[in-house]
Design a protein around this ligand. Structure first.
Ligand SMILES: [Zn+2]
Length: 316
């Protein structure tokens, strides 16, 4: 009898844990304000996403272009695409690699999207730029290959890297690279459903300019919010038509059987962190012209010095 009671209480405990672990962004007991109660790291000092305040970004010329390999391959094979109740997630092959400027190498695991859509034209990116939320944000999640697997890396202090990009609406221009992905969303309306995406070329689903990016140290933007993510947020954005964005925003349902809207976390405090970028931000065209003129002036001065005839040595 005692054993049965233990068993029942264990089962109840299991059910309880399961219910409690169902985090949300805005509804129920475990909305984003309450994540830290269940996942302490979510209340940490190195959380993501953040607001990228361009005036405060530090230019770092050592941040050379990311080296992406396997991204452009027409990935022969079948890639599973799942509605996990929070987003659509595509599994990626570990042959896709990202090399950071310092030589650290990361292997891809999955990519997913964050969008808004709770009311017409409501944006849903996680990172904001000068306080402005973009339409959609793409996350390509990687783990550091110095660890044997994602499962090991996900708890290591330097375990993860996320390549992020924004989506913007370009009226009337359908982005055909997104056609297959968007048409497959209808197959995974309910959480837990999966479909197979073939002929996946991740490079085509990213912005054209892959050279310019912001970088900082942060966390996963969903529980458990582990603070071990090196972020690379691309400056350029993917362009989709309004109809394409609408389909992404309105095709999936949540565990609560509602349309999956506003799957993004609010910007988190910087707590003294510095965001770096490998490009300059000019608040106005005038400041850009002034900067360039200054550079030309410096170069001319250098040339004048270099070309000036050497003064004859004084004879004593
Ligand atoms: Zn994400």
């Amino acid at each position: 009898m005692a054993t049965l009671a233990t068993l029942v209480s264990l089962l109840l405990l299991g059910v309880q844990t399961q219910v409690r672990s169902e985090w949300t962004y805005s509804e129920g007991d475990l909305d984003e304000e309450h994540w830290p109660l269940e996942y302490p790291a979510c209340g940490g000092r190195r959380q993501s996403p953040i607001n990228l305040q361009r005036q405060k970004v530090r230019f770092n010329p050592a941040l050379t272009a990311l080296h992406l390999t396997g991204y452009g391959d027409d990935q022969a094979g079948q890639f599973s695409m799942t509605n996990n109740g929070h987003t659509v997630q595509i599994s990626l092959p570990s042959s896709m690699r990202l090399a950071a400027p310092d030589g650290a190498e990361y292997a891809a695991v999955q990519m997913h999207y964050h969008w808004g859509g709770a009311s017409a034209e409501l944006s849903g990116s996680e990172h904001t730029v000068d306080g402005m939320r973009r339409v959609i944000e793409i996350h390509v999640v990687h783990y550091n290959v110095k660890y044997e697997s994602y499962d090991v890396a996900k708890d290591a202090p330097d375990g993860l890297a996320v390549l992020a990009a924004f989506v913007e609406v370009e009226d009337y221009a359908e982005n055909t690279y997104y056609s297959s992905f968007i048409s497959h969303l209808a197959n995974i309306k309910h959480p837990g459903q999966s479909t197979v995406l073939s002929d996946l070329t991740v490079l085509d689903m990213l912005p054209e300019d892959l050279v310019h990016y912001y970088s900082y140290w942060g966390s996963l933007t969903t529980p458990p919010c582990t603070e071990n993510v090196r972020w690379f947020v691309l400056e350029d954005s993917v362009k989709l038509s309004r109809a394409q964005v609408w389909k992404i925003e309105n095709s999936l349902l949540t565990h609560h059987n509602r349309t999956l809207h506003n799957g993004y976390r609010k910007a988190q405090p910087l707590h003294g962190r510095v965001v770096e970028a490998n490009f300059y931000h000019f608040p106005s065209q005038r400041s850009e012209v002034e900067f360039l003129l200054h550079r030309i002036e410096n170069n001319i001065q250098y040339l004048v010095k270099a070309l000036a005839p050497k003064k004859a040595k004084k004879q004593y």
